[in-house]
Design a protein around this ligand. Structure first.
Ligand code: F6P
Length: 474
């Protein structure tokens, strides 16, 4: 049986899966790696004086993890720079925040090349390789240059940008061309896939090649939509665990006679946190009679804090949460509990279950799994209501949520009121439809569908010759 090699910038295989902190993606990939006797390769998160490519191996609950250190300059140019200051904002439609520094692009190319050079000698002829996310787009091209002929797949966890914005990136053609070294490119939604096709056809003069194929740059690649989900049973178990139940009791007690709303997001400008707080402020302003009956728990762990745009948004949110609390709080009530820390998965499950409303309002998001976790954590007899941005990938499937335009405070304010006053029968009907979606997109289905599709690719390209793969519809 062929082995599976997973590659991602951050390797999140949990050391102790029972500890309750690992996310669904990490658990699902770990399970696949155990099944395929595979390997998870990526950056250690550590820096070294001089890059040596020396691998540090770890066994994490039966999963072999191979980690490599990077130089400080690599981290600055590749991770903080090109990944987080260039591609991340651009792919989230924020050209105003996008940095177009030549050194970042050079660092990105260098690190991708280095990763390929370190990984290539570990690859056996039958291995299949699955590379994740925007940090590592050119890595397959670099592996092909080193003679790797194995099946290589790519999955983009973020949105794909519209062509008119992507062309602002210097060397955008080279970046897209490098994707054609893969055998299969997976997107979260039809929308992101359509945008990719639009670029390939309009900008690169490519063509549709049937069976989910695209032809351009003298190569053919297969593309497909693979919506990611959560580990549904794992999340339900986390909710029912002693820690989940304890957290639920704690939150239920602390929201006595009040309705709790919850938001859980990394501190990132793409998550629409300012807009969310402003929408909530509008609600408090418009509905004086409901003030004091509701509060928002906003869980927001600090993220990518070496990047200036993240420092800016952090400062703005501190000020905004403080201003709203200062203006509206009473001696026994505070409208926002703003928490810059993370919680274990079982604790989050308990918090979600105690919430009457969940606010998932990114300005743009590849998928968003908080929406799915919230639904999975609900009490079927008395479920809470999901308010979901129409700009999250999840909105393509979760149409029974209250879909909102997160840029409009009035729309957010109206949706909050509607959610808080929604009759039980409507909440139950919506929840049942949403829970069906959550089950139908379980993370194990995502993983197996993707791996099967990649395994189904018949003939592997060698980087120079055109690839003629066969493809079943994804
Ligand atoms: O989902 C997008 C993503 O960038 C992942 O690739 C990443 O692991 C996660 O968000 C957290 O970001 P970071 O690794 O930069 O902390």
């Amino acid at each position: 049986m062929s082995r599976l090699i997973v590659v991602s910038n951050r390797v999140s295989a949990p050391v102790d899966p029972a500890a309750g902190s690992a996310g669904g993606l990490a658990m699902a990939l770990s399970a696949a790696l155990r099944k395929y006797d595979g390997l998870w390769f990526g950056w250690s998160g550590e820096t070294t004086e001089q890059f040596t490519g020396e691998l540090k191996y770890e066994d994490r609950a039966g999963v072999t993890v191979a980690l490599v250190d990077l130089e400080a300059q690599d981290v600055e140019e590749y991770y903080n720079g090109y990944a987080n200051k260039t591609l991340w904002p651009l792919f989230h439609h924020r050209v105003d925040l996008t940095a177009y520094e030549r050194s970042y692009g050079e660092g990105y190319e260098r690190v991708n090349r280095r990763f390929a050079e370190v990984l290539a000698p570990l690859i056996q002829p039958d291995d299949i390789i699955w590379i994740h996310d925007y940090h590592l787009i050119p890595m397959a091209r670099d592996l092909r240059r080193l003679g790797v002929k194995n099946r290589i797949g790519f999955f983009l966890h973020t949105p794909w940008p519209v062509r008119q914005l992507l062309v602002t990136l210097p060397h955008h053609r080279r970046l897209v061309e490098s994707l054609f070294a893969y055998d299969l490119i997976g997107f979260q939604t039809q929308e992101w896939l359509d945008l990719f096709r639009d670029y390939v056809i309009s900008e690169a003069r490519g063509e549709l090649a049937g069976y989910g194929g695209l032809e351009a740059f003298d190569r053919r690649v297969r593309v497909g939509v693979f919506p990611i989900g959560i580990d549904v049973q794992g999340f339900i178990d986390a909710r029912n665990s002693p820690q989940g139940a304890r957290t639920y009791d704690r939150m239920a007690a602390s929201s006595a006679f009040r309705s709790m709303m919850v938001g859980v997001d990394r501190l990132d400008y793409s998550k629409g946190l300012e807009e969310r707080m402003l929408g909530y402020e509008q609600f408090l302003h418009d509905n004086a009679e409901m003030r004091g009956d509701v509060f928002l728990v906003q869980v927001t762990p600090i993220s990518r804090d070496d990047v200036d745009t993240y420092q800016d948004i952090r400062a703005r949110l501190d000020a905004l949460a403080g201003r709203i609390n200062g203006e509206y709080a009473d001696m026994d009530w505070q409208p926002i509990r703003y928490l810059n820390r993370s919680y274990r998965r079982d604790q989050l499950a308990g918090i979600y279950r105690a919430a009457r409303v969940c606010l998932v309002t990114p300005l743009r998001d590849g998928m968003n799994l908080v929406a799915k976790e919230f639904v999975a954590a609900q009490n079927p007899e008395d479920p809470g209501v999901l308010i979901l941005s129409r700009f999250a990938g999840a909105a393509e499937q979760m149409c029974e949520a209250l879909l909102v335009n997160p840029f409009s405070r009035e729309e957010l304010s109206d949706a909050i009121k509607k959610a808080l006053t929604m009759p039980l029968a409507e909440r139950v009907r919506k929840w049942q439809a949403l829970m069906q979606v959550v089950r139908d997109t379980d993370v194990s289905i995502w993983r197996d569908t993707y791996v099967d599709a990649l395994k189904g690719v018949e003939i592997i390209g060698d980087g120079d010759a055109p690839f003629h793969g066969h493809a079943d519809a994804a």
